[in-house]
Design a protein around this ligand. Structure first.
Ligand code: SAM
Length: 215
């Protein structure tokens, strides 16, 4: 087990899944056809930006029992892993189709609260999400990714962390990704201090992982 992993995330080898290398894993019901054993389910970093950030040893500060606000939950691939080890996990998704699968992932996870809402309109879920969450995870992959992070800053504890996956092509398909990342970073810096950035390229083309804390 690596030291940077939160409690409840471990490395396990899954028999019959090829090379027998240790893979990130959490304990819970499978969600997306990932390899499992009696107890653990593999967390695939090529299906999950947060998984990639952990695999690339970014300093996420994620800990077991953290309260998490997850923006862009889709059908629950990543947020289900988070809810396997974290505390209350609020999962915001605005598309009805993936949200149906998200409800299914939540059925076996009492800590996972799906919210069919637009992450650009935090007023619509402010009555549900507790303030002072420890971690915001954001993976919305739409234009205006920095703005979404700024608008949700209000939920984050002063010593909390924003774990943001930026998809360059969602901002502008024609621009050089590094120019897009610079712009997103600059916009974020109105309300966050960026602590670490790392390319997620090994698992996700043209994505940057950012760890930031609120100013
Ligand atoms: N984070 C997911 C995972 O790892 O399992 C994948 C997320 S997918 C790349 C991006 C998701 O963000 C899509 O399901 C999309 O509908 C959602 N999304 C985009 N903009 C949003 C917004 N403003 N509010 C809520 N969800 C949004």
């Amino acid at each position: 087990m690596s030291e940077h992993l939160p409690d409840g995330v471990e490395r396990h080898a899954f028999g019959g899944d090829g090379d027998g290398t240790d893979r990130l894993a959490t304990r819970g019901e499978p969600v997306y056809g990932e390899p499992t054993d009696d107890e653990w389910r593999a967390w695939d970093p090529s299906r999950s930006k947060l998984g990639a950030m952990l695999e690339l040893e970014m300093q996420t500060d994620l800990a077991g029992d953290d309260t998490v606000l997850y923006l862009g939950a889709a059908s629950g691939t990543t947020v289900s892993h988070v809810a396997d080890f974290a505390g209350p996990t609020y999962a915001v998704e605005f598309a009805a189709r993936p949200a149906r699968d998200l409800l299914e992932a939540a059925a076996s996870r009492s800590q996972l609260f799906p919210l069919l809402a637009d992450a650009r309109k935090p007023d619509t879920y402010a009555h549900v999400v507790e303030s002072d969450v420890d971690i915001i995870v954001q993976d919305v992959a739409t234009r205006g990714q920095a703005r979404v992070a700024l608008e949700n800053r209000r939920f984050l504890a002063d010593d909390g962390r924003l774990l943001l996956a930026v998809k360059a092509r969602s901002e502008d398909v024609t621009r050089d990704p590094s120019a897009v990342f610079d712009d997103v970073r600059e916009e974020l810096e109105a309300e966050y201090e960026v602590l670490e950035t790392k390319s997620l390229e090994r698992y996700h083309a043209d994505h940057l992982g950012i760890v930031a804390r609120p100013l």
